[in-house]
Structures are given as structure tokens and as C-alpha cells.
Design a protein around this ligand. Sequence first.
Ligand code: ARG
Length: 479
Amino acid sequence: MSDTPPAAAWSGRFEEPVDERVKRYTASVDFDRRLALYDIRGSLAHARMLSEVGVISALDLEQIEQGMAQIRSEIERGEFEWSLDAEDVHLNIERRLTALVGDAGKRLHTARSRNDQVATDVRLFLRDEIDAIIGLMDAMQRSIVDQAAQHADTLMPGFTHLQVAQPVTFGHHMLAYFEMFERDRSRLVDCRRRLDVLPLGSAALAGTSYPIRRERVAELLGFAGVSENSLDAVSDRDFAIEFCAVASIAMMHISRLSEELVLWMSPAFGFIRLPDRFCTGSSIMPQKKNPDVPELARGKTGRMYGDLMSLLTLMKGQPLAYNKDNQEDKEPLFDAVDTLTDTLAIFASMLAGLTVNAPRMLQALRQGHATATDLADWLVKRGMPFRDAHEAVARAVRAADQHGCELAALPAEVLREFAGDAYAEIQAVLQAAGSAASRDLRGGTAPAQVRAQVARADSIIAARLAGVSRLIRPSAPLR
Ligand code: ARG
């Protein structure tokens, strides 16, 4: 390239060069070059269509294709010279194309504007990223279901208000997260379906007078349809907002799980261990093993909400149609994509490696009269009104506290005061395993139900494997 930078693509009517600070302020190439391979894909489809309808010649197309092939390989080899003078990814590539193939390069932008071009690039980018994210979500769900299968019978305290409430199984607890991520996954699929629409052909804002074939470009780029209003298409960023909203909800779920992992891993609980490769030590306290990954995921959730807020706020004051504000959509969107992608990938393998300390869970379960409800239920089934039963069991709990023991460990003579000769039966009712097993209804914590839910989840995941490989594009471009 020459030493004096070429004038900007739009500089024809300007009387002085742009202030250096303004150039830096308005340029986006430092971050939007991430879209480069999508930009090339979009341009190739546009050029092919232009030649098919006779707006450019077959020779122009051939030269554009050759030039783009070279540019693509320069980018992939890291040899492309990105320049701030060319402002953004689109003008950088167009300028290089023109340097390589001359007039054919200058004809590429016929019947197109950077406004519909960038909207197309971002949709192509996000569609691929969502496909990859769905794959990672599946992998994480797989790890969760495997843990549930392994721990369908493992008893732990279920909590409300973080107080021991009732016995549950660890498998049941894990499957609660399977359900949350199942909803997140379906939101991702939904978001992908809505964004799968081609904006190209909207041009700057009003459409174009050239006889272009938008459906053909959509077909070449694999879009399910074309946008129906040019003003909307160049200015709409709903799909990016929607992705950040979906990603925020998913991160909120990951953050809740993280909070539990942090608690469970603390010596006070001692319920689980995370593999050492997912933990870090302290530089001052040699005994420490810190759950940095879940803590960071919890922290990054706040950052993800920030991305969502940035985009919502970015859009709220914009009149139709395109405004330069929209250039600010990329960094929050990229950040949201990267944060979710990295988090899911790490969690998929971290959760697979999680190990459970079942004796500690059982011990914790024995410290909160966790089967008090079972005793009340037993009394009700023998004809006592529930409120009276509640009262009677509360007295039994007080008695246990006075004896300094668990309800389940009350001596026979004390139990006899509450239940007469039925006390032996009560002792069985007060066992945690019996309590969990008795909640044998759909959605309940009984091991039999957990196993049924694991089987259901297995078949959902298995049915999906075929579907997912269909979703993921073979030509997913590089970052
Ligand atoms: N870099 C711009 C963006 O990201 C591309 C579109 C520019 N359009 C314009 N009319 N200045 O939004």
C-alpha cells in the first residue's frame, strides 16, 4: 500500500481531512474485524446475485471472487493490514479488494449500503455463535444428567431460607438445573429462529432501485427469509438484545448453581469437591483451595446484565433508521457471546468432574429435624387434622432439642408419649431415606422418580444429537 493513506470512501464532498481524534473516535475496525469472514461471505453472495441479474458482469464476479479469496487467506494468516483510515471492517475489505482487482472491487457496493451490510454480518455471526452455544449447553446438560444418574439415591438436605427443610436427593437437585437450562436452550432456539432473516437489499434505508433478487441472496447465505421493511431492517438490533436477555437468564441460572457450589465446597458444608484443575490456591494461606471458577461465573453474570443494559439503552433513543450509535452494539454483543461460551465450556467439564461427599450430606441432613413434616403427615394420615399434627410435631421437635438429639433419634419412651404403641412405625417414618422415597410422584424427589427423570432427560438429549449436527454449519468461520 502507498505511504499516503487513500482518502476515505466517503470524502468527496469534504473540504478538510477528518481530525485524527475523530478518526479514532469513529473507527470500529479494532473490534468489528471479528466480523471479517462474515463480511466476505455476505459480499460474495451479493456479488453473485448482482452478476446473475446483470448489474455486474461475469468477469467482475470472477475478479471479486479471486480478490476475496486472497483477502480471506490474508486474514486467516494474520497478514491482512487493518487500517484505522478505512474506519471499519467493511471499508477495509473493500479498499483491499479494489487495490487487488480495480474497478470490479469498486462495483461490489452497487445496490448496497454499509447499513444493510453490517446488519447482515452481525446476524450471520450471531447465528453461528448461537449454534455453538447450543452445543455447549447440551454438553453441560449431559454432565448434569450424568451426575443425577449417579446420585439418584444420594440423600442431602433440601433447603428453604438456607435452613434444612426436607430430605432430597442430590440427583433431584441436579435435575432442577437441567430444567432451567432446558428453558434457556429453547429460548436460544427461539432467538435464532427470529434472527434468521436477511436485511441485505434494504440498502441505506429505503431499499434500492436496482433489480436485485433478495431471496437469492438469502438462499446463498442460508437465511430462512428476508426482512419485510427496509427502515426496520437497517435499524433493528432486537436480535442482539434478545440474545443478551437469553444469555443473561442463562448466566443467572449458572450464577445460582455457582453460589451453591461455593457453599457446598466450603469446609462448613463439605458436600462436594471440584477437581483441582478448576480451583486455585491462596498466595498467603497455604490451606486454601478456592472455587474461583464458580465465583467468577457469579461475577461475570453482572457483567452480562451490563451488556444487556448497554444494548437496551443504546436503542431506546434512536429515531429511524440507521444511526452511528448502532456501531456500539458490537462490543457488548461480542462480550456476551464470549462470556456465555467460555462459561458453558468450563462448566460442562467442571460439573462432569464434581465429586460428592455423601456421608457429609447425610450428616448435615441429621442436623435439622428434616423429617418433621413426614411425622406430621403420618399423624394426618391417621386422622389428625393437619394443624394439630403440626403443633404436635413442633412439641416433639422441642422435646428432641431438650434431649439434645434429632427428632429421628428420640428415645422410644419419648416417642411413645406422642404416638402410643405406634412409636416403632414412627421411627421408620423419621428416616431420611424413607422420607425421600415416599415423595414418589411426578416431579418428586424419590429415587424412582429421579431415575425416571434421568431417563427422560437422556432421551431428550439423544433425540437432539441428530438435530444439533444439522444446526451447526460446516463452514463456521474463525473468530
Ligand atoms: N461501522 C458501522 C457500524 O458498525 C457500519 C455502518 C456504517 N454506516 C454508516 N452510515 N456510517 O454500524
